[in-house]
Design a binder for this molecule. Structure first.
Ligand code: IPE
Ligand code: IPE
Ligand code: MG
Length: 239
């Protein structure tokens, strides 16, 4: 299907992606895991550009989880410098595609230089009006919800005024809509602490493709799968 046909069938407003399989991609080639992450960044740029071309409003990328600190220091260090280098060097990429950068996750738990690049990228792209690319870095959904609950308690709100809307607004990006389509590459079929609150009625697509091999054609095909789903949200259609 062409991109025009995909657009005509109705796009998901918010697509979230668990970009998994970089390490296995590298291992298959006898390369260090870091080589998989480097190639994974190339994939991420292609997919974000494809989402921008289609006009998808929000793309959230699981980039580094609160659990990923358990990895070898060398791998963690490489990922941090990859993120930092990308954000520092890629303003033109975001500008060309009209992409606004946002962040979810615990910023304060990141190295100072990574924090700076995230804040700079957000500021430099804040006036772009195309796709919003939400980078989940040092992100854990339980951590986000706990931090949100703290904000609610600190605001002094009465228990009877706590609503689903208020909880949503206490999360890292108050205006972030629920996820319509969640894609996970790399063959695992789990959420790994990603967007638990935001995925109450999400459609899931799991693919065995390792993230560095994931491309625009497969992304389009996964959007088509979403378009064939029958979303009922608990209701009986046409009743
Ligand atoms: C996902 O790929 C990228 C990050 C978690 C940063 P992995 O590094 O988890 O790759 P596999 O799952 O080990 O193949
Ligand atoms: C999820 O992948 C995190 C990211 C893609 C950033 P993991 O590879 O860390 O997840 P698990 O450990 O297989 O659940
Ligand atoms: Mg993995």
């Amino acid at each position: 299907m062409t991109s025009e046909e995909i657009i005509a069938r109705g796009l998901p407003e918010h697509v979230a992606i668990i970009m998994d399989g970089n390490g296995r991609w590298a291992k298959k080639r006898g390369l260090p895991r870091t080589a998989g992450h480097k190639e994974g960044l190339t994939s991420a740029k292609k997919i974000v550009a494809a989402a921008a071309k289609l006009g998808i409003k929000y793309v959230t990328l699981y980039t580094f989880s609160t659990e990923n600190w358990k990895r070898a220091q060398e791998e963690v260090g490489y990922l941090m410098s990859l993120i930092k280098g990308h954000l520092r060097a890629e303003f033109e990429f975001y500008k060309k595609n009209g992409i606004k950068v946002e962040h979810i996750g615990d910023l304060s738990g990141l190295p100072a230089d990574v924090q700076t690049e995230i804040l700079n990228a957000k500021k430099d792209t804040e006036h772009f009006t195309g796709t919003t690319c939400v980078l989940a870095i040092n992100y854990g959904s339980r951590d986000e919800i706990v931090r949100g609950i703290k904000k609610i308690v600190q605001s002094g709100v009465n228990a009877e005024n706590i609503s689903e809307e208020l909880v949503s607004k206490s999360l890292d990006i108050p205006s972030l809509p629920p996820v319509d389509l969640m894609i996970r590459t790399g063959g695992e079929e789990r959420l790994s602490n990603f967007l638990l609150w935001q995925c109450a009625y999400t459609e899931f697509v799991f693919t065995d493709t390792l993230w560095p091999d994931y491309n625009e054609n497969e992304f389009f095909a996964d959007i088509e799968k979403f378009q064939q789903r029958n979303r009922r949200f608990g209701a009986v259609p046409n009743s």
